[in-house]
Design a protein around this ligand. Structure first.
Ligand SMILES: Nc1ncnc2c1ncn2[C@@H]1O[C@H](COP(=O)(O)OP(=O)(O)OP(=O)(O)O)[C@@H](O)[C@H]1O
Ligand SMILES: [Mg+2]
Length: 247
């Protein structure tokens, strides 16, 4: 089993879109997959049409008042489950801070689910909070979507500095480019330069595509609504690349 945190300090870079599509592709490939929606906005829950209701809220979940299995919901797709988020998750950091080991709340919650799944994806909210640190401790790797802009690249430097300071050097980080607009010179330049010099970057990038924007209307993963689209194909390629990093 591998836990993959889909994370970026920055908001609106494609984290949820990536989680929803990659999890679908992995499950369609025969893997048993769980997505944990960690964002109080509940976007992943919305895309998968799962009701966002956490009994007792995030606080009870972290206090492990109920077995972890009770939070798991089936999606419409075989082998693909979801732990939805609701607005109570906005107090997640306070709940974590109440624990004896504030950095271990997420790992402890996930432990009983280990054996049930091949991959667990964590769809993270933006920010660098105690919840994010819990994600870092619970994950076997971080997948970091980045829009090729200067500011976006800077957030990756911030993450790297944080890893060094907090003894997280061993946590593999897999950045990749998302929402690329090939018409923009700056996007092309940053993409080409970065891929040429950084081996840690995944080679597959995700283009900016109108099919992705329509996911909000269709409420289904792209390989379901637009199976032949170039962008659905890219998500499949991206998954193959990631999977190869978890032998
Ligand atoms: N490849 C893409 N092409 C076009 N639009 C995209 C693409 N990826 C994401 N989007 C759109 O950009 C917006 C932000 O995407 P998404 O919700 O996945 O980002 P996020 O990083 O999860 O945001 P947040 O930080 O708020 O959780 C959404 O409206 C989504 O439909
Ligand atoms: Mg999101």
């Amino acid at each position: 089993m591998a836990v993959i945190g889909i994370y970026n300090i920055k908001g609106g870079v494609g984290k949820t879109t990536t989680a929803v599509n990659l999890a679908y592709v992995a499950a369609a490939d025969g893997m048993r997959v769980l997505v944990w929606d960690l964002d109080p906005q509940g976007s992943a829950s919305y895309y998968y049409r799962v009701k966002p209701k956490i009994k007792g809220g995030g606080k009870a979940l972290i206090a492990r008042k109920r077995p972890s299995e009770e939070y798991v919901r089936a999606t419409d797709f075989e082998r693909l489950d979801l732990i939805p988020a609701d607005i109570s998750y906005r107090h997640m950091d306070l709940a974590l801070d109440d624990r004896k080991k504030p950095l271990k709340g997420f790992s402890k919650f996930l432990k009983p689910l280990d054996a049930e799944y091949d991959y667990i994806f964590l769809d993270c909210p933006p920010g660098l909070t105690l919840s994010s640190e819990n994600v870092f401790r619970a994950s076997d790797g971080l997948l970091v979507p980045l829009i090729p802009t200067t500011l976006s690249m800077r957030t990756l430097d911030l993450l790297e500095a944080f890893r060094k300071e907090h003894d997280l050097r061993k946590l593999p980080v897999m950045p990749f480019f998302s929402m690329i607009d090939r018409r923009k010179k700056l996007h092309r330049e940053i993409l080409e330069k970065t891929l040429a010099k950084r081996r840690d970057f995944l080679r597959t990038s995700i283009p900016n595509a109108s099919e992705v924007e329509r996911m909000g209307l269709n409420r289904d993963p792209l390989p379901v609504t637009a199976p032949k689209s170039a962008v659905a194909l890219r998500y499949r390629q991206l998954w193959k690349e990631i999977e190869a990093r978890f032998p």
